[in-house]
Design a protein around this ligand. Structure first.
Ligand code: SF4
Length: 472
């Protein structure tokens, strides 16, 4: 995950507040840290820290960031631990100027590239793959002295998922990898401010209008000379982002429902998914309820299709931050109760069909089913708005190893028993494609077919010391 946001203004001298609000709108994409870098044409100013956007920034530090062009990042860690050194944007200086980079995605061969850069004398300040991209770019810039050519050269050497926003000597640059795994879009407002954002909700919040999505394999440059687009991959032949392998989970779970991804409304997708799930896996229940928040829109679709009343049987506490690492079962149950609490008056003696977006390990689903049963439900049925997750993600979504994915080793019936549900049904892959309305998506975690080479960067590392995920 991670959220990235950039602004170039032709009319305003200070755009740092716009980046702040853009990051605020993208907060759901990462809550571990946030950062902003701006340029006034002569100097760079930056501030970053651990925590949520309003915890990292205040009136004082925002006012100290003065510039007409800048970029920002909200962090969710997949590579590198949760320490301030890993917060982005990263700044790398060279004789040709300053380069700042904000990255969403995961680079599969970053460990190999990093080793080689370190041997050449590059010094890293973080443990992230994003800094590897920054160093590669500076290395190429020193050779070519041309940012467009440097991005083209770097893209040939990196494998994986990368949506990037780069600030290079007063030019704002947006880059989307040839597969288009992560979303990236461009907008503009009536004051001639240009925006690049992970999602359209970031452009909405600053009162901008969506221009279009950045195409897979495309880079966008915005500077005093205007707006330019360059293709760096053949995937642009179709000139349509719909033909790329965008992460299907952006639609199912990650993105905000008020965003459009590659021109498709996330809200409409989730409602469609609910309707298709109702046709594929109907249930004779008294009430339909979502597991909040990502199950909400699909539960509405499911309820509409089967004419079963929609209720909120679980209430989410929106103010729960990070819980401690909980050693005992009792404490882990408490953490779930802290986040979700059942409405007993709605549930008592009812057959409840719960709609959730996915099952990963199965432990959270089991706690939720148990909670609804303890609240007096007669039966609890679970319907899932995505297919079974059977393989890990290597493209920037924090997932456990293959062995920890419950659907990798258990049948639907076995999972149903494990989570204590009265019945369980998943959306099919065909149903998912139909619900999203595109033929081409990344489906690797539900199909096992990866759209790129896989070089498992986690194998036998600190993060997954016993990784045995079955890939290389
Ligand atoms: S493997 Fe799954 S989670 Fe990862 S990018 Fe592909 S669809 Fe998304």
């Amino acid at each position: 995950m991670c959220g990235i946001f950039g602004v170039f203004s032709f009319s305003e001298e200070n755009i740092s507040k716009k980046i702040y609000y853009g990051l605020y709108a993208l907060q759901h994409r990462g809550q571990e840290g946030a950062g902003i870098v701006v340029s006034n044409g002569k100097e760079l100013f930056s501030h970053k820290g651990l925590g949520l956007v309003p915890e990292v920034f205040n009136e004082g530090n925002i006012q100290s960031l003065v510039g007409h062009v800048g970029i920002g990042h909200v962090r969710y860690s997949t590579t590198g631990s949760s320490v301030i050194e890993n917060c982005q944007p990263f700044i790398v200086s060279s004789s040709l100027g300053n380069l700042a980079i904000a990255h969403n995605g995961d680079i599969l061969n970053s460990h190999i590239l990093r080793e080689s850069l370190e041997k050449q004398g590059h010094i890293f300040t973080s443990s992230t793959d994003s800094e590897v991209i920054a160093h590669l770019l500076v290395k190429e810039l020193l050779k070519t002295e041309d940012i467009v050519q440097s991005i083209i050269n770097v893209s040939k050497n990196i494998i994986g998922a990368y949506s990037l926003i780069i600030l290079y000597n007063n030019t704002l640059i947006g880059v989307r990898d040839p597969n288009g795994f992560k979303p990236l879009c461009i907008g503009r407002d009536e004051n001639d401010n240009y925006y690049i954002s992970s999602e359209t909700c970031g452009i909405d919040v600053v009162n901008g209008e969506l221009i279009r999505d950045v195409h897979p394999g495309e880079m966008i440059l915005i500077n005093k000379d205007g707006f330019n687009s360059y293709k760096f991959s053949d995937s642009l032949k179709t000139s349509s982002p719909i033909s790329s392998t965008t992460c299907m989970f952006e639609y199912v779970y990650f993105a905000r429902p008020d965003s459009l991804i590659d021109g498709i409304s996330v809200y409409n997708v989730r409602r469609n998914i609910g309707k298709i799930l109702a046709k594929e896996e109907p249930c004779d229940a008294h009430i339909v309820s979502p597991v909040p928040d990502s199950g909400v829109t699909s539960a509405i679709g499911y309820s509409e299709e089967l004419n079963i009343p929609y209720y909120e049987a679980l209430i989410k506490n929106r103010y729960v931050g990070r819980t401690f690492i909980l050693p005992s079962q009792e404490e882990r149950d408490l953490a779930v109760r802290l986040k979700l609490n059942p409405v007993k008056s709605i549930i008592k003696d009812k057959k409840v069909v719960l709609i959730d977006d996915s099952i990963v390990r199965g432990t959270t689903s089991r706690r939720i089913v148990d909670m609804i049963k303890r609240a007096g439900a007669k039966e609890v049925h679970l319907r899932i708005g995505s297919p079974k997750i059977i393989s890990p993600c290597y493209y920037g979504i924090d997932m456990p190893t293959k062995e920890e994915l419950i659907a990798n080793s258990k049948s639907v019936d076995e999972i149903k028993d494990y989570i204590h549900a009265d019945s369980l049904g998943y959306l099919s892959i065909e149903g998912l494609l139909k619900g999203i309305g595109r033929k081409s998506l990344c489906l690797a975690c539900v199909s096992g077919n990866y759209p790129t080479d896989i070089l498992c960067k986690f194998k036998n590392t600190d993060k997954y010391p016993n990784c045995n995920c079955g890939r290389l």
